[in-house]
Each structure stands twice: as structure tokens, then as C-alpha cells.
Design a protein around this ligand. Structure first.
Ligand SMILES: Cc1ncc(COP(=O)(O)O)c(C=O)c1O
Length: 398
């Protein structure tokens, strides 16, 4: 066996299952889960129609680079969304959701035979980054999100000796679980460091279309153009339809950026065998070409967050994030595991302990004392969960 497999950590939901194993939830309440971040709004009809109209695609092998029609649809979306012109022939690749791509990317980029090969991950973070780094033979290095910087990362907190060993940096903006959007000044600093230390930036932006303020979240491609990085050297964007278009089961996204890197990534993917089904490509073209369903979806989240956030803010340290569909709240006594377990026991509401989404680094776990709540269910169900959380914190029963 590949001995690196033994270095993988249990997934947060496995840990949650273990935490709840000995608990019997209060059956007076029906179960509500704010645990898993899986979109639950309806899939748009136009995507379903496009999929249904493309069954003939199943009779042939799709090319790993996708069809030119799909790559053009992605490039047009990048132009409209970020004002960035990318060449659909060389600067776009379809992927089967960002999860597989974020993982595969490290396998293609990282040279694990280099001593002290390092991959930088935000902390808390999406667990795939860590597994990708470990299986690529690198050591993940965790940099904490900083509550005093709107949960953004202070890149200057990383030592020069660490940067020297760094081959890849994962950025997650808007962040899961924090909802933070990385500001221009932080992008500028990261691009400077990338130029100096020659590392690649993998920018996971799969929550970019769910935001709560008028300004759209700044994207990495936009930031690269602002610093004059016209060829997007050492930068690759990862984006997805899962959250934007409520199709987590379709498995569709794309990467865009540095043409030299994408050429190598395409080579890797050809061997890995992860071409996107032609049927999914047809559904994806329809989705990327339409913004009306995205605006309607965003509006649903806005109304939901406007209803639920103030209820929770009355009893928890929590506020409306920049973007995404999570609330990242501090719990009153600082024990996130106990909070999640007792809430489940007394009120049958599932939330995820923040410490499960982060690693202890330099003596601290930046997820400790926090919980993540995914507001993916309908507003009334989320509001009911919030009412129960209020009662739980206040120690009252309804
Ligand atoms: C931060 C982050 N990145 C990537 C993904 C993967 O999404 P998908 O593979 O559906 O694009 C998720 C899914 O929850 C996520 O939270």
C-alpha cells in the first residue's frame, strides 16, 4: 500500500458521527441538520432540460480538455464576471467539480521528491487541501485565519524559510467556513511572494456567486490583472457550478489561469481519466450561459441570512459573512464539541464543531470555540434551528 494513505485525517463528518455516537437526540424535536454544506435549493430547469437533451453524448468518449463549446462558455463567463480575457483553448479546463480538481492539482504540481516540499493551506480549511498535499508527498503548513482581519490570512505571518520550501498555496475566497473574501491588499502581497518564491496559487472560489453585499467578491483573476499579471503566471482559479447553480450532483466546474500549468495539468488528467461526460458538458454550458437563476438563488440566500443571522447574533458571537452559505459563530463557553453534542442531544439540531475544520498549529486550533452552520435548507427550517439554538443558549425550553 501507499504508506502516505495512513497520513490522511478522518473527515470532519466521521468525527461528528463519533461525537454523536453515544447521544440520543430529543425526539420531541424533528431533526434539523446545519452540518453538511450541500446546496439544497432547486436545480434550475434549464440545466435539467439541457442534460435531458444530450443523452446522445453517452455513446462516445469525451475529450479530457472538454468541448470547445464548453471552454468558450466558461471563458465568456470569466470575461463577464471578472473582466478577464482568457483563451478558451489554453487557459480553461473543465473539471468534475472543484473537489477532484483541487486534489488532482497538487499531484500534478508538487514535486514530493524535493526535501521539505511544503503546501500552504488556510486554517480552518476544506479538508481536501490537506489530503492532496499529503498524498503528493508534501507537508501541509497551516496559516490561521485571523478574526481581527475579518478572518483573512496574514501572509506576512509565514516565515521566509517556509516560503522557500513552498510549492503550492491553496487560497479559499470566499472562505469555507469563514465566508471571508480576500481583499486586494492581501492578493497583492500573495502575488509578490509567489513571484519571489516561485510557488503556484490554487484559488478555490467555488462560493463566489453567493454574496450578501452589492459588490461581487473580488476574484483572483481580477486581482492578478490589477497587479499587471496578464498571463496569470503561477495562478489557477478553481470554480464550480455546485453552489452557483445548485447542481452538486452534476459534478461540474472548471479551472482557469496560467496556460503553461494547465498544459501540464491536462497531461496529468489525461492519464488520471477524469474527462467530463458530454451530457454534463451540455448541462454546464446552459448553466454558465445563464445568470438569471444565479441572481434568484443569491436572493434566496440573502433573505434567509437576513432572517436567521440576527436571531443567532442575539446569543452567539456571529455576523453576516461576506459570502458563502455558512455562519461561523463563536460559542459562549468556548467548547465547540460540547456545544454541538449538547445541542444535538437537547434540540436535535446538528452543527459542526469548528475545531474539526482546522488543525492545531503553533499551539492553537483556530477553529476551536466556533461552530459552522450551513444555511442550506429552506428559510423556515433554518429559522426553526435558530430558535432552538437561542433556547439552548439561554437555557430555556419551549
Ligand atoms: C471550499 C470548498 N471547495 C471546494 C468544494 C467542492 O465543491 P465541488 O466539488 O462540488 O465543486 C467545497 C464543497 O463543499 C468547498 O466547501
Amino acid at each position: 500500500m501507499n504508506s502516505l494513505l495512513a497520513t490522511l485525517q478522518p473527515y470532519p463528518f466521521e468525527r461528528l458521527k463519533e461525537l454523536f455516537a453515544s447521544v440520543t437526540p430529543n425526539s420531541a424535536y424533528r431533526p434539523i441538520s446545519l452540518g453538511i454544506g450541500e446546496p439544497r435549493h432547486a436545480t434550475p430547469q434549464l440545466v435539467l432540460d439541457a442534460l435531458a437533451g444530450a443523452t446522445r453524448e453517452l455513446s462516445s468518449y469525451p475529450p479530457t480538455a472538454g468541448s470547445s463549446a464548453l471552454r468558450e462558455a466558461c471563458a465568456s463567463w470569466v470575461q463577464r464576471r471578472y473582466g478577464a480575457g482568457v483563451d478558451p483553448a489554453t487557459q480553461i479546463l473543465p473539471v468534475n467539480g472543484t473537489r477532484e480538481a483541487l486534489f488532482a492539482f497538487a499531484q500534478a504540481i508538487v514535486n514530493g521528491r524535493t526535501p521539505d516540499a511544503t503546501v500552504i493551506c488556510p486554517n480552518p480549511f476544506y479538508q481536501i487541501y490537506e489530503g492532496a498535499a499529503l498524498l503528493a508527498g508534501a507537508t501541509p503548513y497551516f496559516v490561521p485565519s485571523d478574526p481581527s482581519r475579518n478572518f483573512n490570512i496574514n501572509w506576512d505571518g509565514v516565515r521566509p524559510s517556509t516560503w522557500n520550501n513552498t510549492q503550492l498555496v491553496y487560497v479559499c475566497s470566499p472562505g469555507n467556513p469563514t465566508g471571508a473574501v480576500m481583499p486586494m491588499a492581501d492578493w497583492e502581497r500573495l502575488f509578490e511572494l509567489s513571484a519571489r518564491h516561485n510557488f503556484v496559487i490554487a484559488s478555490d472560489e467555488c462560493y463566489s456567486e453567493i454574496y450578501f453585499r452589492d459588490e461581487r467578491p473580488l476574484g483572483g483573476l481580477e486581482a492578478a490583472l490589477k497587479v499587471g499579471l496578464r498571463d496569470f503566471k503561477n495562478f489557477v482559479l478553481f470554480t464550480s457550478l455546485s453552489k452557483r447553480s445548485n447542481v452538486p450532483g452534476m459534478r461540474s466546474g472548471f479551472v482557469a489561469g496560467d496556460a503553461n500549468i494547465l498544459k501540464q495539468f491536462l497531461l496529468y488528467r489525461t492519464y488520471h481519466g477524469c474527462a467530463m461526460s458530454g451530457m454534463v458538458q451540455a448541462g454546464s454550458i446552459a448553466a454558465w450561459n445563464d445568470e438569471a437563476h444565479v441572481a434568484a438563488n443569491r436572493e434566496l440566500y440573502r433573505k434567509k441570512f437576513a432572517a436567521v443571522t440576527p436571531m443567532l447574533a442575539a446569543v452567539l458571537d456571529v455576523r453576516l459573512p461576506d459570502a458563502g452559505f455558512y455562519l461561523w459563530a463563536a460559542v459562549p463557553d468556548g467548547d465547540d464539541e460540547r456545544f454541538a453534542r449538547d445541542l444535538f442531544a437537547h434540540y436535535n439540531v446538528t452543527v459542526l464543531p469548528g475545531s474539526y475544520l482546522a488543525r492545531s498549529a503553533e499551539g492553537a486550533n483556530p477553529g476551536a470555540g466556533r461552530i459552522r452552520m450551513a444555511l442550506v435548507a429552506e428559510t423556515e427550517e433554518c429559522a426553526e434551528a435558530a430558535r432552538r439554538i437561542v433556547d439552548f443558549v439561554k437555557g430555556t425550553r419551549r
